[in-house]
Design a protein. Structure first.
Length: 583
């Protein structure tokens, strides 16, 4: 269900949802007692030295040593709440939230009036999924520090999280008594009343908000949302229509009316209202994208998601926001999902002309161009992207791949070498660079360097089937280390036993080793698994048949390869001479 304005507001939480692992240690307050008064002067000096040494080490990042000194402090004074607090913060840094909680419980026990300790302990209870104890802690804070409204807000959130809905409402009422009616609290209470099945009280909450400010359009939207939630569509329509008396072109109002039309299966009215909503230039494009998202991800809206009328909504988005890159990229996503790749590419490129700073859009464009086999576009676009992203390794990888397809092997080599500088510790991408460097160096007839990079790739990923296959094949072409070639391609076949390319390589290695009968068995498996669509595999089949004494069958396969488009001079000689010819 799509609500009017509620999305986003209900997720606001103050202290209760902060990430503990990034919580800095609060500075020691001047009134904090570091030790008990029972220490003698020698013990006090020793304690102070250890404590301030721990703080110095912590500032230098030597956390383990700081922890050691704090433990020594506790050995001297087991009643120092400050030391337990400091140790707890160190454990939070290590993400040991349970250990941090146990330490902080000691700090709170020893210093029950310290609000910082209690706040952090309450947050640790939440982190450790102990909501009841977190409630106890924040309830204590609200009682001790009644002037702080934030504690009440967090307490109400905790009650709601623990499904104590009435306690949450009562706490919000207390907070409202302090700060008055506010939008966020009203919406929280409305949601809680709906959870309790008290719809009339939910209506009353929003009506109080309207009464407090009758000229705010979105408040009528909130009221409409409650009616919509309870399927009182006529009342919801009345509330949404009141919006237009205050703001005639309000896009959110039209979206809400459109959602009612969806539920009433009124396709025409749905499209009419959504079109009007999209024409609201004051409504942020992100909100509109969220409303159109179901059509992108394939949710069925009464079976008209693929019609021209629905596509017209995406076009309307680009018309209204013709200077916003996001609108064109989103339409491109829609076209991509409809498998209209060329059109998707064109809209991505329009979006990138408006804003070329989004690396993920460039990446999506490149993937589409690769899938579409348009390597000239990929070559030009990666070159442009690298101007804005001169340290993005993936773009160097794509550019190198485009160069190889265009047989610009020197440029490809330079692109791979440059990109490798920026990979960092990304092992998966490092393998990709090594693999491509192996390929391009072989194309440049630098086979020894090529094999070195293949070895580097396999050292990181020993099961990389592409590297195993290419390395094996090139070794066989060079008639080098055929034992290693056979071992690698055999492993490749274990990993992907039905891949015709890999089966062909295996057959070819066996062929090079003079094991023609075995090679014939393997190449026929390659043919059976789709290899008959590759002129190279078919030519190899002919070569293997020839070595097995089937000259007629060999010539037949060579002629088939020729008809498939293979025009190599070696193949022509084989056909003319009816004989196998070495390359």
């Amino acid at each position: 269900m799509k609500y009017y304005y509620i999305i986003g507001l209900l997720s606001i939480v103050l202290f209760s949802c902060k990430t503990l692992q990034n919580t800095p240690s609060k500075s020691i307050k001047s009134d904090t007692v570091l030790t008990t008064t029972s220490l003698n002067s020698v013990e006090k000096r020793k304690f102070d030295y250890f404590f301030y040494e721990s703080q110095r080490l912590k500032m230098q990042g030597q956390i383990d040593k700081a922890k050691m000194y704090l433990i020594e402090c506790i050995k001297i004074d087991s009643l120092s709440s400050t030391c337990y607090y400091e140790l707890s913060n160190i454990e939070i840094g290590y993400k040991n939230y349970k250990g941090a909680q146990d330490l902080l419980k000691n700090a709170v026990r020893l210093a029950p009036n310290n609000k910082w300790y209690k706040m952090l302990l309450g947050d640790l209870y939440q982190q450790n999924k102990d909501i009841p104890n977190s409630i106890v802690m924040y309830k204590s804070l609200t009682e001790q520090f009644q002037e702080n409204e934030e504690y009440l807000y967090v307490l109400a959130q905790l009650y709601a999280q623990n499904q104590e809905y009435q306690n949450a409402i009562d706490t919000y009422d207390c907070l409202e008594g302090k700060i008055g009616i506010t939008e966020i609290i009203t919406l929280e209470k409305e949601k809680l009343y709906l959870q309790l099945g008290k719809e009339s009280l939910a209506y009353k909450e929003v009506q109080n908000l309207i009464k407090d400010n009758p000229y705010e359009p979105k408040y009528y939207g909130y009221l409409g949302d409650v009616y919509f939630y309870n399927k009182e569509y006529d009342k919801a329509k009345d509330s949404y229509n009141k919006i237009f008396t205050l703001d005639p072109g309000n896009g959110l109002g039209y979206f809400s009316l459109g959602n009612i039309a969806i539920n009433e299966k009124d396709t025409v009215l749905f499209l009419t209202n959504y079109t009007k909503a999209l024409q609201d230039k004051n409504l942020d494009v992100e909100i509109k994208i969220q409303r159109l998202l179901p059509f992108l991800v394939g949710q069925d809206f009464n079976n008209y998601k693929d019609t021209a009328s629905v596509e017209a909504l995406f076009i309307e988005l680009t018309k209204t926001h013709n200077e916003d890159a996001k609108a064109f990229v989103f339409y491109g996503n829609y076209l991509q999902n409809r498998s209209r790749i060329k059109e998707a590419i064109s809209y991505y490129k329009i979006g990138l002309k408006l804003d070329n700073t989004n690396a993920s859009v460039w990446q999506d464009l490149f993937l589409l161009e690769i899938n579409n086999g348009d390597f000239t576009l990929l070559y030009n676009d990666t070159k442009e992207a690298l101007i804005s992203f001169p340290e993005e390794p993936l773009f160097f990888l794509f550019h190198g791949m485009a160069c190889m397809q265009k047989e610009l092997n020197e440029e490809a080599y330079n692109s791979f070498i440059k990109g490798l500088e920026f990979v960092g510790d990304n092992k998966q991408m490092t393998v990709q660079f090594y693999a491509n460097l192996g390929d391009v160096l072989y194309n440049l007839k630098r086979s020894d360097e090529s094999f070195t990079y293949y070895d580097k790739a396999l050292k990181i990923d020993e099961n990389n089937v592409v590297v195993l296959n290419n390395y094996s094949y090139y070794l066989s072409l060079e008639n080098k280390n055929l034992d290693k070639a056979e071992s690698m391609i055999a492993k490749c076949i274990e990993l992907e036993p039905s891949n015709s390319t890999y089966l062909d390589t295996y057959a070819w290695v066996l062929f090079k080793r003079g094991r023609y009968f075995e090679a014939k068995y393997i190449i026929e498996r390659a043919i059976d698994n789709g290899g008959n669509s590759s002129d190279v595999i078919v030519e190899h089949y002919g070569d293997i048949l020839f070595k097995n004494g089937d000259v007629e069958g060999a010539v037949a396969q060579w002629n088939i390869s020729k008809k498939m488009g293979n025009k190599s001079s070696i193949l022509m000689k084989k056909i003319d001479q009816k004989n196998y010819v070495e390359e």
